[in-house]
Design a protein around this ligand. Structure first.
Ligand code: FES
Ligand code: FES
Length: 172
């Protein structure tokens, strides 16, 4: 029988919550999030780094969690799609924009798109059309059509920009 490597203890923060867990070295981050932490919003499609459905933020950078081992996330701060909405259930502006612009149909790909777009808008609040298309090109959707997703990104950027201006205006 093949030898099973001993489980290792990892500590990490996911959506602001600290976790400590024993994981087998071969467990992917995607499987750990879904099976170990019950954060099933992270979807697994291709399992080899192509579709982007499994994207999560690790220390602020979007990664494909099917290509990363859970043990590699030891000590990291993660955000999954569950971390986007506020605790009272209010959707994040990117999520609102997806709803309003019909940026999804079946929704399978949506968590990965939301995370990738979140990363883009955090680093570049007013991205060029080319920069947006570049990010969307790394995510696969087989049923919505990319035009509505593109509109959703523009709308989300405008919403976030308006929110920033409002919070920067004294007395707003
Ligand atoms: S499931 Fe990870 S990239 Fe497709
Ligand atoms: S909404 Fe169905 S795959 Fe994208």
């Amino acid at each position: 029988m093949p030898e099973v490597a001993a489980a290792r203890k990892i500590r990490l923060k996911v959506n602001g919550v600290a976790h400590e867990a024993l994981v087998e070295p071969r467990t992917t981050l995607a499987d750990f999030l879904r099976g170990g932490l019950a954060l099933t919003g992270t979807h697994v499609g291709c399992e080899h780094g192509v579709c982007g459905a499994c994207a999560v933020l690790v220390d602020g950078t979007a990664v494909r969690s099917c290509l990363m081992l859970a043990v590699q996330a030891d000590g990291a701060e993660l955000m999954t799609v569950e971390g986007l909405a506020e605790s009272d259930g209010k959707l994040h502006p990117i999520q609102e924009a997806f709803v309003e612009e019909h940026g999804l149909q079946c929704g399978f790909c949506t968590p990965g798109f939301l995370i990738a777009i979140y990363e883009l808008l955090e680093s570049d609040p007013s991205p060029s059309e080319e920069a947006i298309r570049d990010v969307l090109g790394g995510q696969m959707c087989r049923c919505t059509g990319y035009q509505s997703i593109l509109r959703a990104v523009h709308s989300a950027a405008a919403k976030l920009g308006a929110a920033r201006s409002a919070s920067a205006t004294p007395g707003a």
